[in-house]
Design a binder for this molecule. Structure first.
Ligand code: ZN
Ligand code: ZN
Length: 275
């Protein structure tokens, strides 16, 4: 079986012309057609929480204040009129765990994808809020990133941890710590195993400056050794990217020893043979 759960119907930066309005059945049809083409049995969408006005109850980062316009209830109602699984990509906001839990429990989601995009106010994958312009020390950035990922796992707010080594987003364009990366991965892998949260294999990294799948093989192998479950996604922001590079991802997962992938419904997880 193949799944694509980490999918955005709304394009980044509002580039989409009106005929590609995000939350319409015509747009969903474009994604479903792409999924069928790619042999994906389960397609879900997981819009960024910060696109919704309700996200400002969790955090008031200036980037969120600029982005938070859609209505979360309307999004959930709309997705339930389509064949898509209903998900949400939710940033882990340290200190806002209770408010995040309340917001998630108020919606009947199929799954919640947890993300770490920010370290304090700096983003690891966003030029406008680039963490590297605020904090140039690679050792500190990597350490903080993976510690925050560990906290996100331990919060038990999420079913899946998205793009788990997103800190490598810029690839060679940003410094990399000299230490063996396993030093940084270790606390996160321990928390993942303890919380039994699924680890996302995301082909989005191949389309970014990183030029490789999230997570790196060494991270994935540590997760396999720790008995973690895996989910597979493309993080598509347009139909063309649904199932992007899945052949490569499946091949890589088999190399790591992953035989099954996580499938979600009503926030229950089951494992199916990776197809
Ligand atoms: Zn993300
Ligand atoms: Zn995403």
């Amino acid at each position: 079986m193949l799944t694509d759960y980490h999918v955005h119907l709304r394009e980044d930066e509002d580039r989409a012309p009106p005929e590609r309005e995000a939350f319409t059945s015509a747009n969903v049809e474009r994604y479903l057609a792409a999924a069928e083409e790619a042999g994906i049995a389960e397609l879900g969408c997981s819009e960024h929480v910060y696109r919704f006005a309700q996200a400002l109850e969790l955090w008031r980062h200036p980037f969120w204040e600029e982005q938070a316009r859609d209505d979360l209830d309307a999004y959930c109602d709309f997705v339930r009129t389509t064949p898509l699984r209903l998900g949400l990509e939710v940033d882990f906001v340290p200190g806002a765990e209770d408010r995040t839990r309340n917001l998630l429990e108020a919606h009947d989601l199929d799954y919640v994808i947890g993300s770490v995009h920010f370290i304090d106010l700096g983003a690891v994958d966003h030029e406008g809020w680039d963490v590297w312009m605020r904090q140039g020390d690679a050792d500190a950035v990597w350490r903080r990133y993976f510690e925050t990922l560990a906290e996100a796992a331990r919060s038990r707010l999420f079913d899946v941890l998205a793009h788990p080594d997103l800190v490598k987003y810029w690839g060679p364009k940003r410094p990399r710590p000299e230490r063996d990366p396993r030093f940084y991965y270790e606390p996160a892998v321990e928390a993942i195993a303890e919380a039994d949260v699924a680890v996302e294999v995301s082909t989005a990294g191949l389309r970014k400056p990183a030029g490789e799948i999230y997570p790196a093989s060494r991270f994935a192998e540590m997760c396999v050794d720790a008995g973690a479950a895996f989910a597979l996604s493309s993080d598509a922001h347009r139909p063309d990217d649904v199932g992007h590079a899945y052949e490569q991802a499946v091949h890589q997962m088999r190399d790591w020893g992953v035989e099954r992938i996580a499938v979600f419904e009503a926030r229950n997880r089951r494992l199916e043979a990776l197809g």
